[in-house]
Design a protein. Structure first.
Length: 248
């Protein structure tokens, strides 16, 4: 055959993460005298990666409510938080820990693109630890004690995930570049919906890319990354894609 439609789903995937998996094939027999290209027809995946997690090493929040005499370390549950959500969760944890809600407030200043920190009397925030939220919120490694502080650096609330790449191991990486780095990306897109939603699209104009294989295809790896080709953990949520493989 000169054309194959490859429908791929992780629904019944066993023993592999849904964001990085390999499909084995027994029926794809390519003509060794022809060149083949691969294109993405449609995709469906979930906005399910976390910006705060133990895996990201940024889920600890250390604070004091007695002017630094003692400190408490709070563990923020793994999740994908907006700044408002994160502020609400931190204050709920502070309240459970015996503190007063809204004694520590993180808010956005959209004019300066900075996060602002407001502290009640006696409260301090310790951002020295490596596993803190400092990079996400734009703060330095420092113990903040002033009633008001504007973060010295821009916020990075997405944890540097600004676009999604769907990648396939069949692609010829020498003809597929991320800046000047070889890649195997079928498509890159920017999520336009909210956290927890389905990211799905029918590709209106398929871009066909050359593959490296000649003869039979025995397996194919699909992996989801951010725009810098870092693997993106979808936390077990399913992926479905359709590919078109054809001779040229």
């Amino acid at each position: 055959m000169d054309t194959y439609l490859l429908n791929i789903s992780t629904t019944n995937l066993i023993g592999q993460p849904t964001h990085d998996f390999t499909i084995n094939y027994t029926h794809i027999q390519l003509n060794p005298n022809k060149d083949y290209v691969l294109g993405l027809k449609n995709y469906s995946l979930w906005y399910s990666w976390f910006n705060v997690s133990s895996e990201n090493n940024n889920n600890n929040f250390r604070y004091s409510r007695d002017n630094g005499a003692t400190y408490s370390t709070l563990i923020i549950p793994d999740g994908n938080y907006s700044l408002d959500n994160l502020n609400t969760k931190i204050n709920a944890l502070i309240f459970t820990d015996g503190g007063v809600k809204n004694s520590i407030v993180f808010s956005a200043n959209y004019n300066t693109l900075r996060v602002e920190l407001t502290l009640a009397s006696g409260y301090q925030v310790d951002f020295i630890a490596n596993n803190s939220l400092k990079s996400l919120l734009g703060f330095d490694s420092f113990i903040y004690t002033s009633p008001f502080t504007s973060a010295p650096n821009p916020a990075n609330i997405t944890n540097s995930v600004d676009a999604i790449n769907i990648n396939c191991s069949l692609l010829n990486s020498s003809q597929n570049l991320l800046n000047d780095t070889p890649s195997q990306t079928l498509i890159q897109f920017v999520p336009s919906t909210s956290v927890g939603s389905n990211l799905a699209a029918q590709v209106s104009q398929i871009t066909f890319l050359p593959i490296t294989n000649s003869g039979n295809i025995n397996s194919m790896r699909i992996f989801i990354t951010d725009q810098n080709l870092n693997i993106l953990n979808l936390n077990g949520e399913n992926v479905s894609i359709s590919l078109v493989l054809q001779a040229v």
